[in-house]
Design a protein around this ligand. Sequence first.
Ligand code: 1CP
Length: 343
Amino acid sequence: MKDSIFLKALDQKINSVPPVWFMRQAGRYLPEYQAIRKNYTNFLDMCKQPRTCAELALQPIERFKLDASILFSDILTIPDALNLGLAFHEGEGPKFSRPISSPEDIKNLQAFDVNALDYVFKAVEETKNILPRDLPLIGFCGSPWTLAAYSIEGGGSKNFSKTKNFMADHPDALEELLEILTDACYEYLKQQVLSGVNALQIFDSWADLLLIEELDKFSLRYTHKLVQLLKQDSVTSGTPIILFEKAPKKRIVDIAFDGISCMSLHWQEDIGHVANDLKNRFSIQGNLNPKILLGSDELIWRETRKICTQMNDFPGFIFNLGHGITPDINPAKVMIMIEATRA
Ligand code: 1CP
């Protein structure tokens, strides 16, 4: 593991070839994923099979020889453990049958029991067992804000209007929910580390819903608390933490805080500018627009090269997409991106 170029980059070292992995690397764009997925109606049932999760995490590693693996699971396992009635129906996104719709729902929420997520920790162990021994495994969770947004909205949404109304009508109750989710994320990530993950990523995938002051108040404050809890705990203090903020209204340099090792950049960020701001303080992961992978080989080669050239002498660069890969992408195009990175 000490030779991992991914872990070296998280430690702000320059590698002659940048490490590469990408968000949602195991998933619907892979035919080998679809072959297993078709055996389950509800996606969550598949997530509860540790052996299957391990096999799915290994798929993109075998195909692309990536420099890091990510646990196969989902950020919504925590709201599921809070008994909000999560299901993924055929061809639809996540849906909660018992979303949070009032402050009373938060008062009545059952206590979070980390043992309810035992299947995730078993998946970590199974995955570590079958991954190449020197390949790091990334554990993850959603940010408290992103989990609250799904829990209130009752699923995915374009504009999250229920969540925004709840924020306007019941800001104190929302903060109570965020506290609960922060503690749940802390216990959850700690248990992932105990089970064997080598790095952690926090996905703030709905950061873009928030105005600047709201971003501080409802998202960053709780992610900051989560990171502090992890850094103060001897089990997790040495585990590098990556933070992904999706299209935030604040500059990355004004978001990054002590305890974070690496900022994962959304594709809208100008990576060269951010690199100037963060140099020698944080590592950077990113940030090819996944849509580029729908273009020609030449376009993929050119845009990948542009990022790698800009980041050539940056201490701590990890090549990644600027958001998750989408199901419409041809895996052959991914191979072009990886070859371009390594060239
Ligand atoms: O039907 C299917 O096959 C399910 C598709 C799928 C997959 C493959 C979902 C449902 N989740 C996942 C796996 C997953 N999700 C992983 C592990 C795979 C890997 O990365 O290799 C990870 C890290 C996630 C994280 C995740 N889930 C995020 C954060 C990343 C991001 O894209 O911003 C989010 C927002 C989710 C919620 C979620 N889960 C699934 C879907 C379709 C969604 C998005 C729902 C929406 O808001 O529309």
